[in-house]
Design a protein around this ligand. Structure first.
Ligand code: RIB
Ligand code: CA
Length: 309
């Protein structure tokens, strides 16, 4: 049996973060979860990570991290994920408190003790940036920093130009992209190709387990958002794509690109500018950018994870 890639999952649960946690628990070897302020406040993202760990009967540690961005004012996506971050789901309160309130120290020490880990941030990049600022050698110790955020082709969701995770903390994203780390970007251009809807919701309902019922509830809540706010019958399953990029890279097509983050810009703050000039570019590539994915296989793996956990 092929060894599962070992990861630290940095997240802001969040409905799609919840699916990423289930996908990681099934297909990856999770060294730990770190939480960050993002979709909702840090106390809520941390409580949600603890509740999901209990739901999965998992034993990986949960470490709380940054409660605000490096410089930007805190942003919220409660209109997408509900004020609590998981659509008001009826899950037991966290059985335990976080293993620590120092996610940065956990990231630094764990990447020292175990070279070759993947850091997989799927919320604002604040924790990762703080860890890199405290110990720049992280960039040489990790196998990758594979993040969900940004976009090739100028797609945005929070503004016309910026995706939520980058817009929430552009300064942190700039630290990560200029750190010299092996960075992989899973942007909206990729995650928009992975859609879930009624069929996946019914699939989860049919998985008659606590995990299946919880995930079905979350998909029902998410459907309310994309139907009412986006006018669509399906929604993007963003965060699990970052997990699958590490566990099943053969599903993806990547290209080396130079990516900059706009931190000024009246209209473009938080934009990830991907240099598509090819040989004409005068900029060294600093990122693997995902452009294609076997979308059906990706959805099947996410659903399989729900069924197996
Ligand atoms: O833009 C999508 C990203 O923002 C996802 O990580 C989602 O959880 C939100 O944090
Ligand atoms: Ca997220």
């Amino acid at each position: 049996m092929e060894q599962k890639p070992r990861i630290i999952l940095d997240c802001d649960p969040g409905i799609d973060d919840a699916f990423a946690i289930v996908t990681a628990a099934r297909w990856a070897d999770v060294a730990g979860i770190t939480t960050v302020s993002g979709n909702v406040s840090l106390d809520r993202t941390t409580a949600n990570a603890l509740r999901l760990r209990s739901l999965l009967n998992a034993d990986f540690p949960v470490h709380a991290g940054a409660d605000k961005p490096l410089e930007a004012p805190p942003l919220s996506a409660g209109h997408v994920h509900g004020e609590c971050g998981l659509g008001g789901i009826d899950l037991p309160p966290p059985a335990k408190t976080p293993d620590s309130f120092d996610a940065i120290e956990f990231i630094i020490e764990t990447t020292k003790n175990e070279e070759g880990l993947h850091l997989v941030p799927i919320g604002p990049l604040t924790n990762i940036a703080l860890a890199l600022q405290a110990d720049p050698n992280i960039s040489r110790r990790v196998a990758s920093i594979t993040f969900m955020g940004g976009s090739a082709g100028g797609l945005g969701n929070v503004t016309a130009a910026a995706e939520f995770n980058i817009f929430a903390d552009p300064e942190a994203a700039e630290v990560v992209l200029t750190s010299g780390s092996p960075v992989t970007m899973i942007g909206l251009n990729l995650t928009h190709q992975v859609q879930v809807g009624k069929k996946e919701t019914e699939n989860c309902h049919a998985i008659d387990t606590p995990v299946g019922s919880a995930m079905a509830y979350l998909l029902d809540f998410y459907a309310e958002f994309y139907r009412s706010h986006l006018g669509t019958d399906t929604g993007s399953m963003h965060d699990p794509c970052a997990i699958l990029a590490v566990t099943h890279p053969d599903l993806f097509g990547f290209e080396k690109r130079h990516v900059d983050v706009e931190t000024g810009g009246k209209h473009t703050r938080g934009m990830t500018l991907v240099d598509e000039r090819g040989q004409g570019s005068d900029l060294e590539p600093n990122c693997e950018v995902a452009y294609t994915i076997d979308s059906q296989k990706a959805v099947d793996l996410i659903m399989q994870a729900v069924a197996d956990m």
